[in-house]
Design a binder for this molecule. Structure first.
Ligand code: GLC
Length: 358
């Protein structure tokens, strides 16, 4: 369902255009009727261009390949990507996979910070297969822990990693999408993240003017980080945010987080829904202000949560993303927030249905 276009969603340039016309009419003291006719025509044109200008994300229904190349070594966190999983994802109706890769675990620590060939080879294998199946692929830099702790020491290394990736994937089609950095946090403040994002976008643009680039923002890619960010004006940039609220619900039983939120927390009252809707309204207003597509790059619930609530939250958040015209990317395919159970070789039906709308 499309949201109605409200006055506060009309672009800043249109608002300025409107004000200029008001001034013009007032200077010439034309009749009230003439003013109303002019004002309504400008506003109608603005509404139209605002919706025309709102660029839609090339990614609509995406799934994160979490827990695989995201680990220091694929398989160490219990999941190894299989090509038949990519077939399953395509057949189920997703259009994109996001591939989180821990590049920092396999790049040199000095000089050219060279990425190890075996990781590039494996990444190529997954990307090539997914592209050949007509899926888009988001390639990201995940879990660069040291960068978040000591940015001054590591920013150059990330820039060099991107220099290598940009050159390695230069000839790939635009259906391969780059994501500069997953969930900047701690000392990667909003300001620092903005500056680094800008430098890396400029660097990638030297060879790839058309490639879509996704930019995450500080504070773990949350709504707070998104609202604090100042993205570069680039028509092929997609802004990204992650939604895991309320954290005590989505991360119940997630033992990688200490103290682990207790299991048994429910979600789904009207107040819960209203809170989520208000968060999405704020994200949409930010997107409209910047006229750049917005991707909900991660959302999901840990699998220890009560299944009915997990499915209810997943459906509600996915619907909010769609009604606000955000693309979305569920966290994740397998691993611990999963929608597919590799032991049973079956989709977890309530979560699959919550995502794909049946
Ligand atoms: C982030 C983390 C990932 C985690 C997920 C949910 O993407 O990088 O490891 O599983 O969020 O917390």
């Amino acid at each position: 369902m499309q949201k109605p276009l409200l006055i506060d969603r009309i672009s800043t340039s249109c608002q300025m255009h409107f004000m200029n016309n008001v001034q013009h009419v007032m200077k010439r003291s034309v009749s009230a009727l003439a003013f109303l006719v002019l004002a309504s025509s400008v506003l109608a044109a603005c509404s139209e261009t605002a919706s025309l200008r709102r660029p839609s994300s090339p990614v609509q229904r995406c799934i994160n390949m979490g827990g695989a190349l995201e680990a220091p070594n694929e398989g160490e966190w219990g999941y190894t990507i299989r090509m038949e999983d990519i077939d399953r994802i395509k057949a189920a109706g997703f259009d994109t996979i996001r591939l989180p890769v821990q590049w920092s675990a396999h790049a040199g620590t000095w000089g050219g910070y060279q990425i190890e060939d075996h990781l590039l080879d494996r990444t190529d294998e997954v990307i090539n297969y997914a592209l050949s199946q007509d899926l888009k692929v988001i390639l990201d830099v995940h879990h660069y822990y040291d960068l978040n702790m000591e940015p001054a020491k590591h920013e150059r290394r990330l820039e060099s990693i991107w220099k290598q990736l940009a050159s390695h994937y230069e000839s790939y089609p635009d259906t391969l999408i780059f994501e500069v950095l997953n969930e900047p946090n701690t000392n990667m403040t909003a300001k620092r993240t903005d500056a680094l994002n800008k430098r890396i976008v400029r660097q990638i643009r030297q060879s790839q003017p058309h490639r879509w680039i996704i930019l995450a923002t500080a504070e773990w890619g949350s709504l707070t980080g998104l609202l604090e960010s100042a993205p570069p004006a680039d028509s092929r940039v997609i802004l990204s945010w992650h939604y895991y609220d309320p954290f005590s619900f989505t991360h119940q039983g997630a033992d990688f987080f200490k103290p682990t939120p207790p299991v048994g927390t429910h979600w789904g009252t009207k107040a819960d829904m209203d809170r989520a809707k208000a968060d999405f309204d704020r994200a949409a207003a930010f997107r409209d202000l910047h006229h750049q597509p917005l991707l909900l790059g991660e959302f999901g619930v840990y699998d220890a949560a009560p299944m009915e609530d997990r499915a209810r939250w997943t459906r509600a958040v996915r619907e909010l993303a769609e009604s606000n015209e955000f693309g979305w990317c569920h966290w994740s395919f397998s691993s611990n927030f999963r929608v597919y159970d590799p032991e049973k070789e079956a989709w977890i039906e309530p979560i699959r249905a919550a995502l794909l709308g049946d």
